[in-house]
Design a protein around this ligand. Structure first.
Ligand code: PEP
Length: 247
């Protein structure tokens, strides 16, 4: 399976910024020949216009979160079916900013992942330890606990993406060492075998945390790394494209 390079635009930019970025990516994608799949996850109000621009480009569009219910009285939330209806193929779930800002725990993330799958989306389930947990030597245990608690059991491996994002590396310019990344991804793969069976080899495990053009190639070359989840560098088409062409 091709690596997946996913851009998380977070809560950045206005509609004109999102459409300009999408137009730029569309123009670059027109040349073809990328060795990876490309995905962008805009803020909700920009998903429709971005999906329209990218519809024939091969660049996929995803959401940054969805609710675990199909519909109902959940003011301010959005369902997996709504994302699918807007043209999304994927949804990021359990990002550390959601876990911190909205108190999302593993059970909530798993329920959201189940809802996303039911809606026909591929969940990108995020896990990762804090700096304190790493200093205490608990990084692998935390990652294993989050994967066990957040990933739906017995699901089809090709419908799942996991992202390892050490919290201390997100938006800080600090990147995990290639060795730490390889170790964490090997642990995630080991836990996935228990959850999805032999197909676990097919699950793409993305690395996220200050990925940029200068470090992407080395990170992507690590064992069990199946792509990247990119925050800040995905807001500049030139940088995102340089990462995509590092695969
Ligand atoms: C992210 O938020 O998922 C992320 C990895 O951000 P950044 O690339 O900016 O560290």
């Amino acid at each position: 399976m091709k690596p997946l390079i996913a851009g998380n635009w977070k809560m950045n930019g206005l509609l004109a910024d999102a459409t300009a970025l999408a137009e730029d990516l569309k123009a670059r994608a027109a040349a073809g020949g990328l060795a990876c799949e490309l995905l962008v996850c805009p803020p909700y109000p920009h998903i429709g216009p971005v999906a329209d621009i990218l519809s024939e480009s091969g660049v996929q569009v995803g959401g940054q979160d969805c609710h675990n219910a199909g519909s109902g009285a959940h003011t301010g939330d959005i369902s997996g079916a709504m994302l699918r209806d807007m043209g999304c193929s994927h949804v990021i779930l359990g990002h550390s900013e959601r876990r911190a800002d909205h108190g999302e725990n593993d059970a909530v993330v798993r329920a959201k992942a189940e809802a996303a799958l039911a809606a026909g989306l591929i969940p990108i389930v995020c896990v990762g330890e804090t700096a304190a947990e790493r200093s205490a030597g608990q990084a692998l245990a935390v990652i294993a606990r989050q994967v066990k608690g957040s990933v739906p059991v017995g699901m089809a491996a090709e419908r799942l993406v996991v992202a390892y994002e050490p919290v201390w590396a997100i938006g800080t310019g600090q990147t995990a060492t290639p060795g730490d990344v390889a170790e964490a991804h090997t642990e995630i793969r080991r836990v996935l075998v228990g959850l999805v069976g032999e197909g676990a080899e097919q699950v793409r495990i993305l690395y996220g945390g200050s990925v940029k053009p200068a470090n992407a190639r080395e990170l992507m070359a690590q064992h069990n790394v199946g792509g990247a989840l990119v925050g800040g560098a995905s807001l500049k088409a030139e940088d995102f494209w340089a990462i995509a062409t590092s695969c």
